[in-house]
Ligand binder design. Structure first.
Ligand SMILES: Nc1ncnc2c1ncn2[C@@H]1O[C@H](COP(=O)(O)OP(=O)(O)O)[C@@H](O)[C@H]1O
Ligand SMILES: [Mg+2]
Length: 242
């Protein structure tokens, strides 16, 4: 059964600077269902990071609202929002945001420590997800000893280890070369299939659009749905490869 995970309703964010008022997001509506694989494509400064910060409750809207599992985020306390984010949302960043003094295993384990899970449960979950992202042999390395693609695999494992309902990724391929970036997108698609966890990816990278199961564009804070022929393209490319 598909369910609504996140709903943005008339979401608006304005920033006041000394000189002017910037409308970073303008009445954005979006409903994310279980198992969705959504890509939002838009140029630098179009409002992508602002949108993710509001969706995850890291920042509060100027108008409109975000519902996570039917709960309106801005009516919760900071602590309640933090708790909800830790349990329901996985975050992936352009610059990975790994903790340099922790090993790969410890980085992935960290959110489970915050959740106060018992050590044996933590070890099981970390080992399983590291195997899924192909890093089982790297568990004892430190981030500085990894390639960019490997670092982002750690980021993906850390986002999924808490078994969230949705993973939000902000320019996940922005620090990677194009072929590594495509591998990362394919891994995310595979994990979306395996775990039925929703993915919402924002990127300025046009090359990532072909991986969308649902594609939207954002320009100057305005979000628009694009027609998505991905499924047809998949079948055509398989057909022509025969
Ligand atoms: N803290 C802030 N103060 C003022 N303006 C901001 C702030 N954060 C973002 N903006 C502005 O909001 C717009 C959207 O920014 P952002 O969401 O970071 O875009 P993107 O992630 O697509 O590059 C830009 O015009 C940016 O300059
Ligand atoms: Mg951004």
């Amino acid at each position: 059964m598909t369910m609504t995970v996140i709903e943005a309703r008339s979401l608006t964010k304005t920033y006041l600077t000394q000189a002017e008022q910037v409308v970073a997001l303008n009445e954005v509506n979006l409903t994310v269902k279980t198992g969705d694989f959504i890509i939002i494509n838009g140029p630098s400064g179009s409002g992508k990071t602002t949108f993710l910060n509001l969706i995850s409750g890291l920042d509060l809207p100027s108008a409109g609202e975000v519902l996570l599992n039917g709960q309106v985020l801005h009516t919760l306390s900071d602590n309640q929002r933090t708790e909800l984010r830790l349990r329901q949302i996985g975050l992936i960043f352009q610059s990975f945001e790994l903790i340099p003094v922790l090993t790969v295993f410890e980085n992935v384990e960290y959110p489970l420590v915050l959740q106060r899970l018992p050590r044996s449960e933590r070890r099981n979950r970390v080992n399983r997800i590291l195997a899924k992202v192909g890093l089982e042999k790297m568990a004892n390395r430190f981030p500085a000893q990894l390639s960019g693609g490997q670092k982002q695999r750690v980021g993906i494992a850390r986002a999924l280890v808490t078994r969230p309902q949705i993973v939000l990724a902000d320019e996940p391929t922005g620090s990677l070369d194009s072929s590594t970036g495509e591998q990362i997108l394919r891994l995310m698609l595979e994990l979306n299939n395996t775990y039925k966890v929703s993915f919402l990816i924002v990127t300025h990278d046009q090359a990532m659009k072909k991986y969308a199961r649902r594609l939207l564009e954002i320009r100057d804070g305005v979000l628009t749905e694009k027609e998505c022929y991905t499924d047809v393209q998949d079948r055509l490319s398989q057909y022509s490869a025969q």
